[in-house]
Design a protein around this ligand. Structure first.
Ligand code: SAH
Length: 399
């Protein structure tokens, strides 16, 4: 059996780990020098040397490793990994059976009992995202288990950690049959184009599935819809399918134009009837105010951090201002969809940004509905920040 490295937990962090917090943080470690090889199995003990939990050392933006079990005798081997995968796949049975959705998350890191990697499913293709070098050491366990459990067309992977140029990865292909990209997948019957052979962003963020559906069903019919930070236009497509009069998609990235057009065409919609603008959202707000443009539905789904030529945006610092800009160009009785994937603040805090924005703009508002991650992005109560998605549908009332 592989040697286990003893990690001593500082007194004031012991309770946190005893109650199941799965992420090992730097601050909690007494003997940081004991950690040297990522992927090593670690055994957490309290200052008296009593066992707390077992996991592995792996550095990712969030921490120094993940705790995987509270059973001292549990061995972290391939059968441990395989069990977690079987349970995860079992939980997604209804999605596997779905006729109108074939793109979803199969394994969600710590939510499914093993922090550090995720697996997404795209019509027979599996995409593994590895978030640390340490987790990547479990690659063979994960891939060999997956091979045994499911039938697949192909497996792809992305290393989402700093490889310092050491691993040369062409397109992330691991095994099976190479895909022909784009793969055309379905979500609630809507078609999306997926490129597994490109960067970290493959064409659609699967965690917004329920939000997109709500927009199509309840907030689009005969509406003018503004989709900011629109990426490949996923929200715009749902809005157009829901009967929007017109959608306007705004994103800074050049690729957003062909990708959004592609999504309109894939869904048999004429993109000529919609505006797709490659532009800084903050410039667009100014333009809209100058032209007196107003929208019935405004979607805000910015990245947590962004830097453009003129503007720097941090969700934590600037969301209130972003909302104020949106409020200014939303019709009375119109709807703002305020979304964020920033894990640095929770829903309660997010609602204070909303409250501040409306009160500074002196408009009354009401909350229509709220969303967090969908069930395939399984989270655990012991790791609240894992439920990073916060979406609030707001109605702007007359003054
Ligand atoms: N809302 C999208 C995902 C957004 S991803 C969806 O649901 O599919 C973030 C996007 O914001 C990226 O496409 C990026 O190009 C864009 N972006 C970042 N800063 C921007 C800015 N200042 N103006 C416009 N787009 C911006």
């Amino acid at each position: 059996m592989k040697k286990e490295i003893i990690v001593k937990i500082k007194p004031k962090h012991v309770n946190q780990y005893r109650s199941g917090y799965p992420l090992l943080t730097k601050e909690a470690i007494e003997n940081i020098g004991a950690l040297n090889k990522e992927g090593d199995i670690i055994k957490l003990v309290d200052p008296q040397g009593r066992f707390i939990g077992k996991g592995y050392y792996g550095r990712q933006n969030k921490g120094y490793g993940w705790i995987l079990t509270k059973e001292e005798k549990q061995v972290i081997d391939i059968s441990f990994v395989e069990k977690r995968l079987i349970e995860a796949i079992d939980r997604r049975k209804s999605l596997y059976r779905s006729k109108d959705t074939n793109a979803f998350r199969v394994f969600n890191g710590e939510g499914d009992g093993f922090g550090g990697f995720t697996i997404d499913y795209f019509d027979g293709y599996y995409l593994i995202n590895w978030y640390s070098k340490g987790c990547y050491k479990f690659r063979d366990h994960v891939i060999n288990s997956l091979k045994r459990i499911v039938d697949f067309k192909g497996i792809y992977q992305k290393k989402r950690f700093d490889t310092q140029g050491k691993y040369i990865e062409e397109d992330g292909f691991v095994m099976g049959t190479r895909g022909e990209f784009p793969l055309v997948v379905k979500e609630n019957g809507v078609h999306f184009a997926i490129y597994l052979n490109e960067g970290a962003m493959v064409g659609v963020f699967l965690d917004q599935r329920d939000v997109r559906n709500a927009i199509r069903k309840k907030y689009s019919k005969d509406k003018s819809v503004l989709n900011t930070f629109s990426y490949t236009g996923a929200f715009s497509i749902y809005a157009a399918l829901g009967g929007a009069k017109k959608t306007t998609s705004v994103d800074l990235a050049n690729r957003s134009l062909p990708r959004t057009r592609e999504h309109f065409s894939l869904n048999e919609l004429d993109y000529e009837g919609h505006d797709i603008l490659v532009e800084d959202v903050f410039n667009y707000f100014k333009y809209a105010v100058k032209k007196g443009l107003k929208f019935d539905t405004v979607i805000l789904d910015p990245p947590s951090f962004a830097k453009s030529k003129k503007f720097k945006f941090s969700a934590q610092k600037d969301y209130t201002n972003l909302l104020k800009e949106a409020i200014a160009i939303t019709e009375d009785e119109g709807v703002i969809v305020a979304s964020t994937n920033c894990s640095l603040f929770n829903m309660k805090k997010f609602k204070t940004f909303i409250e501040d924005a409306f009160s500074q703009m002196r408009y009354p508002y009401s909350i229509l509905e709220e969303y967090t991650l969908p069930s395939d992005f399984k989270t655990t109560k012991t790791f609240k920040e894992g439920n990073y998605l916060k979406v609030v549908f707001l109605k702007k009332h007359k003054r």
